[in-house]
Design a protein around this ligand. Structure first.
Ligand code: ZN
Length: 138
C-alpha cells in the first residue's frame, strides 16, 4: 500500500469512527431516506435552513464507505445554500462516475472507491439521499 493510500485509509477510518453531524434534528424542514439493496446501507438525511444556510444531520447503518461518505458530505454542505449543495452533489456524481476532475479535501479519500464499482453505490447513497431531501423542499 502506498503512503497516499494509507492516508486515504486514515481519513475514511476517522470519519467512520467519529462521524460528523451524526444524529437527528428536532424539527427537520427537509428529510429523506435512502437504501442500497446491494450492500444493505441505509441513510437518513435531515436538513434545516438557518438564514438560508444548511444545517445537516444524518444517520446511517451500513458499510464504512457509506458512513464515511455521509459524514464527509455533511461537513461539505454545512453552511451552504441549497443551490450550492446541489452543485456539490453533481460534482460528487461526476467524480464517482469517472469524471476527470478530482475532489478536494477529505472527499478525495473516496477516489480509491472508484476502483470497486459495487462500492460506488455505497459512496453515492448519502448524496442521492441528500438530493431527494433538497428536491422535496422545492
Ligand atoms: Zn455499502
Amino acid at each position: 500500500m502506498s503512503s497516499l493510500e494509507a492516508l486515504y485509509q486514515d481519513i475514511l477510518l476517522d470519519h467512520h469512527r467519529s462521524p460528523r453531524n451524526f444524529g437527528e434534528l428536532e424539527a427537520p424542514q427537509m428529510k429523506a431516506e435512502g437504501f442500497n439493496p446491494m450492500c444493505g446501507d441505509r441513510v437518513c438525511v435531515q436538513l434545516n435552513l438557518e438564514n438560508e444556510k444548511i444545517v445537516p444531520r444524518f444517520k446511517a447503518e451500513g458499510c464504512s464507505i457509506c458512513l464515511a461518505s455521509a459524514s464527509m458530505m455533511t461537513e461539505e454542505i454545512e453552511g451552504l445554500r441549497c443551490e450550492e449543495a446541489l452543485e456539490k452533489i453533481a460534482e460528487m456524481r461526476d467524480f464517482m462516475q469517472g469524471g476527470e476532475k478530482n475532489l478536494e479535501g477529505d472527499l478525495s479519500a473516496l477516489s480509491g472507491v472508484k476502483r470497486f464499482p459495487v462500492r460506488i453505490k455505497c459512496a453515492l447513497l448519502p448524496w442521492t439521499t441528500l438530493k431527494e431531501a433538497l428536491d422535496a423542499k422545492t
